[in-house]
Design a protein around this ligand. Structure first.
Ligand SMILES: [Mn+2]
Length: 332
């Protein structure tokens, strides 16, 4: 990156108030301004943007406790707590990339799940066409299927996947529909969008009446790391295994907040006690620096079940860690 790039990046963040005074909102007081994701500017001209943070306020794919449609708004609010530097890694994402809140996916028919999937795919088509790296904030986990579809169709080979979750989300039909929040990675595998042999699922422990999700993941060659194995191996060894599996392939990172223990994230659709701690999650994610990311998401924050706001705060913090990984890819 040369000096011209740095000037261009600073100019991108600069705003002018009604007095004609120039300021950078993210460097100001954190309780001020309209709460965009990470206090980044709201920009819809994708030509100006390197990384777009996208709200996906949809929860029509939930099988149990609804409410994740309110996730993006609360994550926006809690993300005001985020700083502009990552003290642990030294990453300074806003010096490395032009990061914007590019708004929410709009839904033409809230009550039609198949149409919602198309709306998300269309939004991500525009993101991918513009060469913007997406960081999506859900919404329930069903949103990741159309995201992967839109991103992968512009590539020559299926994507690698790092998936942190309590559930494999490779289940079959639920009440007669194959589209739901427990199925995105089965749909993506069937469509050749992800490479199951370069997919790692971390923190797995939940299942309702059947184990067909678990069985499917293992049959297809996904590396399933249950929470018991995660504890036995430790986050460092798990990170190394993920790095080995992904190697230099284009990789998507998807983080379901229910991968965390409900102590850190009770505000979610399908909480599963006995999960990953927040500190383990942060350390795990930081080990993924340098991987060839095509995008990422943070899903399943459900504000109606989150009266303390802790789930949204932890969600915003995870999203910030992912943002740092994506910004380092831009700067490379
Ligand atoms: Mn999930």
């Amino acid at each position: 990156m040369d000096d011209g790039d740095e000037d261009r990046i600073v100019d991108f963040y600069r705003r002018t108030n009604i007095l004609g005074e120039s300021y950078i909102p993210m460097q100001g007081l954190r309780h001020t301004e309209i709460p965009t994701f990470m206090r980044a500017p709201f920009v819809t001209d994708l030509e100006q943007v390197d990384i777009g943070i996208i709200g996906i306020p949809y929860d029509g794919g939930l099988t149990f406790r609804t409410g994740a449609r309110h996730g993006p708004r609360e994550v926006r609010n809690q993300s005001s707590v985020m700083r502009s530097i990552n003290v642990a890694t030294g990453a300074r994402p806003y010096e490395q990339a032009r990061i914007a809140d590019v708004g929410d996916v709009q839904f033409r028919n809230l009550f039609a799940l198949e149409e919602a999937i198309l709306d998300i795919e269309r939004f991500y088509d525009a993101i991918a066409e513009a060469g913007v790296i997406p960081l999506g904030i859900g919404g329930d986990h069903s949103v990741t299927w159309p995201i992967l579809k839109a991103l992968a169709k512009r590539q020559n080979e299926p994507l690698a996947l790092i998936h942190i979750d309590a559930h494999t989300d490779t289940w079959s039909e639920f009440t007669g529909s194959k589209y739901h929040h427990g199925a995105p990675f089965r749909l993506a595998t069937e469509a050749g969008v992800i490479d199951p042999k370069r997919t790692i699922q971390i923190g797995i422990r939940g299942g309702q009446n059947f184990t067909d999700g678990l069985d499917y993941s293992r049959d297809k060659g996904m590396r399933v790391i249950t929470i018991e194995e995660f504890e036995d191996l430790g986050w460092q060894a798990v990170a190394r295994e993920a790095q080995r599996l992904v190697a230099d392939r284009l990789v998507y990172l998807t983080f379901d907040i229910d991968g965390l223990d409900p102590a850190y994230a009770s505000g979610t659709g399908t909480p599963e006690p006995g999960g990953i701690t927040m500190r383990e999650a942060q350390r795990l994610l930081r080990e993924f620096r340098g991987l060839n990311f095509i995008g990422g998401d943070l899903v399943e924050v459900s504000p109606p079940f989150d009266p303390s706001g802790t789930t949204a705060l932890n969600g915003a913090t995870i999203a910030f860690e992912i943002l740092c990984l994506l910004a380092e890819k831009i700067a490379k």
